[in-house]
Design a protein around this ligand. Structure first.
Ligand code: ASP
Length: 372
């Protein structure tokens, strides 16, 4: 094809090659970072002042970490990764260290990252030994020719890349373990449980005991006939973490990391690591990171839906985010999201009682919010 013809074709299809940061106008006043640490039944009544203070401190630390990178000219990609790592290292959130337990007493982590300037993306799912899954997701994006890796393969890849691996017991926290026990007690004898016929064929991995040690398998369950138990998560509290950012060069990025949902069944993957569901970024529209009942966020392709409304319908970010979340609610799901667009507008809607969230702009002042 003649070069001129190719150029005309690309212009006609609306294709715009990704611009590298150096070629975009630099504007330090537009740097923006927004984060969430999960949505759910988070009310003043069920939180002590000490707990609230602890959450505020880590959220503030996460914001300041990302801000410092953006402020000195770092990319939105570096900022969202570093910001999420702070929350992954805290036991307070359902990501990394504080990940919730699966039905089988394990911690299986998911994460995704996306670069809005290139539409490159990386994610990992069902990993049990990677200390910071968000960095593994970034390695998948940058060091492999793939977008998503799961389980043992993702862990081997992380090891090859020199990322920090930990014993699965690193993810044990007493509070999360007790959440699982409560969920298991409440779901006993439920319709979902009756439909799950134990089978000798399936052998789930050993349970993690409070001591951090592992016990023998508790017996397997057939995937066929699986119906969700009424208590899928304890207290309807989602603790996934996420960050979205706009850098000085006008590039957007999004990152999300989670332990999934308490009492989730073997191999369950939520929305967080699925590009377009829990995580999405495109310089043409916005960057989005979600938290909530993953099954509904997957079905509504929430993150991409928000971006599509902004890109194709020119909806303002806040309206787009709210419209998509309303769709989730109509399906029966709940949760929230944080989003930032190319102009630095921030949206942080949720349809639960609260959402750990915050944002920071060029002046460096952290804004941390929890309740409605
Ligand atoms: N969205 C996550 C999932 O379904 C849960 C959360 O937001 O905490 O895996």
């Amino acid at each position: 094809m003649k070069p001129l013809l190719l150029v005309l074709l690309l212009l006609a299809t609306g294709y715009a090659p990704a611009q590298n940061p150096a070629s975009r106008p630099v504007d330090p006043t537009r740097i923006t970072l927004a984060i969430h640490g999960g949505a759910g039944t988070i009310t003043r009544q069920n939180m002590t002042p000490e707990q609230e203070q602890a959450y505020r401190e880590v959220l503030n630390q996460a914001l300041q970490t990302g801000y410092a990178i953006l402020k000195k000219g770092g990319t939105s990609l570096d900022a969202v990764e570093a910001t999420v790592r702070v929350m992954e290292d805290s036991p307070l959130f359902n990501a990394g260290k504080g990940a919730v337990f699966t039905h089988d007493g394990r911690n299986e982590l998911d994460a995704a990252i996306m670069d809005g300037s290139t539409l490159k993306a990386g994610s990992v799912a069902g990993v049990t030994t990677i200390r910071n899954p968000i960095s593994a997701a970034r390695s998948v994006m940058e060091k492999s020719e793939h977008v998503m890796m799961v389980g043992a393969g993702a862990e081997q890849f992380a090891k090859d890349q020199g990322l920090v691996l930990v014993d699965p017991s690193y993810f044990y926290t007493e509070a999360r373990y007790q959440q699982l026990q409560k969920a298991l007690r409440t779901s006993q004898g439920s319709v979902g449980d009756q439909l799950n016929t134990p089978t000798k064929a399936a052998t789930p991995p050993a349970k993690v005991l409070p001591s951090g040690k592992r016990s023998k398998s508790s017996g397997g369950r057939k995937p066929q006939g699986y119906a969700e138990p009424p208590v899928f998560i304890e207290g309807r509290k989602y603790g996934t973490v996420g960050a979205v950012a706009l850098d000085q060069y006008g590039n957007l990025a999004a990152a999300t990391s989670t332990g999934g949902m308490t009492n989730k069944r073997y191999g369950r993957v939520g929305d967080a690591p699925l590009i377009g569901a829990g995580t999405y970024a495109d310089n043409q529209s916005c960057a989005v990171s979600c938290t909530g009942w993953g099954e509904f966020f997957i079905r509504a392709t929430v993150a991409r839906d928000v971006a599509a409304r902004v890109e194709y319908q020119q909806q303002p970010l806040t309206a787009a985010a709210q419209a998509t979340l309303d769709k989730v609610a109509r399906l029966g799901g709940d949760g929230g999201l944080v989003a930032v667009d190319a102009a630095g507008n921030v949206a942080m809607p949720f349809n639960t009682e609260g959402m750990y969230r915050g944002y920071i702009k060029a002046n460096g002042q952290s804004n941390v919010l929890i309740y409605k």
